[in-house]
Design a protein around this ligand. Structure first.
Ligand code: CTP
Length: 403
């Protein structure tokens, strides 16, 4: 693990796990980093500023001003290559999610332009509370990286989820992210489609589906984390990504998605089509609102262009094309058909029969279907599934090269 010459801000907040932060500073410094520590008033109940100042060899900042001086949080935010908020208490998480700024940690966080890593730590009941989970989704949607909590003994005496990741793991996570060697997709361009499409019926109505775009966005982020320059063609979705390696093109209809995808595919080496594209659109789009008249109303629909199949037709040997299949029955059979008919290199199969998989959930359970084999993955977070998909793409491209 190397963090040679990296500048890191460690922000410590009020959780019992703060007692582990001198060890975290040690690990970061041992790996070559320069570390400056900030802490909230509540953190000082669990670890002393003196311990942290001693191991980091820098004064610890606990306030936006120390009486005589104003601590320049903007300059600090610009200085760092990475900011770690560890442990991140439920209270601080709530502040980060909502843009509150009443202490040095929040002020530096809001000013930071570097990647921010958040290692939450709290009791299990607090961790699973809806508001905490919503705050986690929010801060993740702002482009921050969440270091997953661990399962184990908690300070309350209970056993469960919510423990802060171990200091060595946190340091390893940052080192992996910042390390150039961990960018196997550097120089590679990737296209990802995500989200639903809207097919307009008239000026106020449309046909769509329940896709949220979460899975596709997670894939775009996993590819960008590995160094790819990603074009994300995103249908109407409330989800966003602020990853520096991703350029988002917002589209509405299947036709717009097709046009944007074909354009981006021209100089992409990887394409992952995770969007839930409408298969049909209204044959005619009424220019005025359709008025309620007869008992029955029949809408004539016509097929949209299948983007995956279209890209499969123009695919060059050095391009890797990944499709999804969302099935409710005969899953493997249908996925294999899609693989062959659409000339994809891999189909990521979702079954709606699997609990916790598919639309809306933060988890997913997928099976990789290629011409060579079928691999089923366990139920895991969409972020973890996305990393597995990115790794599988790297493996496929490597196998292709060495074949
Ligand atoms: N797809 C696409 N363009 C379409 C329809 C689907 O690019 N107009 C892509 C999806 O993004 C996905 C794959 O094709 O990667 C499979 O989508 P799915 O909806 O499972 O399959 P369909 O081909 O639409 O077949 P069916 O709805 O009959 O299962």
């Amino acid at each position: 693990m190397s963090l040679q010459d990296k500048k890191i801000i460690l922000a410590v907040t009020g959780s019992i796990a703060a007692y582990k932060t001198p060890q975290l500073v040690r690990s970061l410094v041992k790996a070559g980093a320069e570390v400056k520590v900030l802490m909230t008033a509540a953190a000082a109940d669990f670890v002393t500023p003196l311990s942290l100042a001693t191991v980091s060899k820098h004064p610890v900042l606990a306030s936006v001003s120390d009486g005589a001086n104003w601590n320049n949080h903007v300059a600090l935010g610009l200085w760092a290559d990475a900011m770690i908020i560890a442990p991140c208490s439920a209270n601080t998480l709530g502040k980060l999610a909502n843009g509150l700024c009443d202490n040095i940690v929040c002020a530096v966080y809001l000013s930071a332009r570097c990647p921010v890593f958040i290692a939450p730590a709290m009791d299990e009941d607090m961790w699973i509370h809806k508001s905490t989970q919503q705050n986690i989704s929010k801060v993740r949607s702002y482009g921050n990286h969440i270091i997953p909590v661990a399962h184990g003994e908690l300070a309350s005496g209970l056993v469960g989820e919510g423990r802060m990741a171990e200091p060595e793991d946190i340091a390893g996570h940052i080192a992996a992210y910042l390390s150039e060697e961990n960018k196997p997709l550097k120089g590679i361009k990737a296209l990802v489609t995500a989200g639903p499409t809207y097919e307009r019926i008239d000026p106020v109505r449309f046909i769509s589906n329940f896709s949220t775009g979460k899975m596709g966005i997670a894939i775009a982020e996993a590819l960008a984390d590995k160094g790819a320059q990603v074009t994300l063609v995103l249908g109407p979705s409330h989800e966003r990504t602020y990853h520096a390696g991703i350029n988002t093109i917002a589209v509405e209809s299947a036709q717009q998605m097709y046009t944007a995808a074909v354009a981006a595919f021209k100089d992409a080496q990887i394409a992952v089509l995770a969007a839930a594209v409408a298969d049909y659109r209204p044959q005619e789009q009424a220019t005025e609102k359709i008025k309620k008249k007869e008992q029955d109303l029949t809408l004539a629909l016509t097929k949209t262009t299948d983007i995956l199949a279209a890209l499969g037709k123009i695919k060059k040997p050095e391009q890797t094309l990944i499709g999804f299949a969302l099935e409710t029955n005969n899953e493997l059979e249908h996925a294999t058909e899609k693989l062959k008919n659409k000339n994809a290199d891999l189909i990521v199969l979702n079954s709606l029969k699997d609990e916790g998989a598919g639309f809306g959930h933060d988890t997913n359970k997928v099976t990789f279907v290629s011409l060579h084999n079928t691999v089923s993955l366990p139920l895991q977070s969409k972020a973890a599934v996305a990393v597995a998909i990115a790794d599988q793409i790297i493996e496929l491209r490597h196998a292709e090269k060495t074949a």
